[in-house]
Design a protein. Structure first.
Length: 274
């Protein structure tokens, strides 16, 4: 069985969606993720909801290459989140053929967070989109256990949990925690590596996660155990920002080499032949 392998937008953040799709095709990847909403006001994104020319070119590259858009991002669930405002985002995602939305929890009030997330799931469902909650140590859902508790409470058929190795490790989550995730809550997962030594403060943790990760096999995370634990049929999204390397190596060269290295790594550590 061959994993469906994709390139997350953060991996090649400087690359607009049409070019990202072309790079993915050259690399032999199956899909991509597109960041259509910024993480923070001053961070890059590609607003296909409002940029008609960019949407047309993205759809053309999809048709030309066969590379699909799997996930769109990133939705921050915050105290003031207005669900109705996401309608253009859902519509654009459906037009792209996307299957999943990456969601992050930034509301510290648990009851309100659960209510907003449930309503977001309900709003996304008619567009054929799942709402996959990525636990991250600095958010209101910092680890697997908290994510499982929230999804149990919310109880929506299109809710999901997104596992990212760097957050899995930095949050202190365990394989036993991972086993508590219902199979129908897993729609895809991300792949990266990082130094075994954890950052000593939040600023370093954020910088490493957002700008300087390592390719699978280059770091000290126990990726072999995680690969064995995750269902083999799930799509895998490579999320490996290399900010320093991007100053001297093109996005195309980084993307092509990374996909090929990741396929070899997954093959070497799979529980069944690839």
């Amino acid at each position: 069985m061959t994993h469906r392998l994709g390139i997350a937008q953060l991996t090649l953040m400087e690359t607009p969606p049409p070019e990202l799709i072309s790079i993915a095709a050259e690399a032999g990847a199956d899909c991509v993720g597109i960041r259509m909403i910024p993480v923070l006001p001053d961070t890059p994104f590609y607003p296909l909801m409002t940029d008609a020319r960019l949407m047309r070119e993205t759809l053309r590259r999809i048709a030309d290459t066969g590379v699909q858009v799997f996930d769109i991002e990133i939705v921050r669930i915050e105290p003031e989140t207005d669900i109705a405002s996401f309608t253009p985002f859902f519509e654009a995602g459906a037009r792209l053929g996307a299957k999943a939305i990456l969601v992050a929890a930034y509301d510290p009030e648990p009851v309100r967070l659960a209510d907003t997330y449930a309503r977001f799931c309900d709003a996304a469902a008619p567009y054929g989109l799942t709402a996959d909650l990525e636990f991250m140590p600095w958010t209101a859902v910092p680890d697997v256990r908290t994510a499982v508790a929230l999804l149990t409470q919310v109880d929506r058929p299109n809710a999901g949990i997104l596992v990212d190795p760097i957050h899995f490790d930095r949050s202190g989550s365990t394989l036993a925690d991972l086993a508590a995730i219902r199979p129908d809550w897993l729609h895809y997962w991300q792949l990266c590596d990082a130094p075994a030594a954890q950052p000593t403060d939040l600023a370093d943790m954020l910088h490493q996660a957002r700008a300087e990760r390592l390719r699978p096999g280059q770091g000290g995370l126990d990726l072999a155990a995680l690969i064995r634990a995750m269902p083999a049929h799930l799509p895998v999204s490579l999320e490996v920002p290399e900010a320093a390397l991007s100053q001297r190596v093109t996005a195309r060269a980084r993307g092509v080499s990374m996909v090929r290295e990741a396929r070899a790594f997954l093959s070497d550590h799979a529980t069944q032949p690839f």
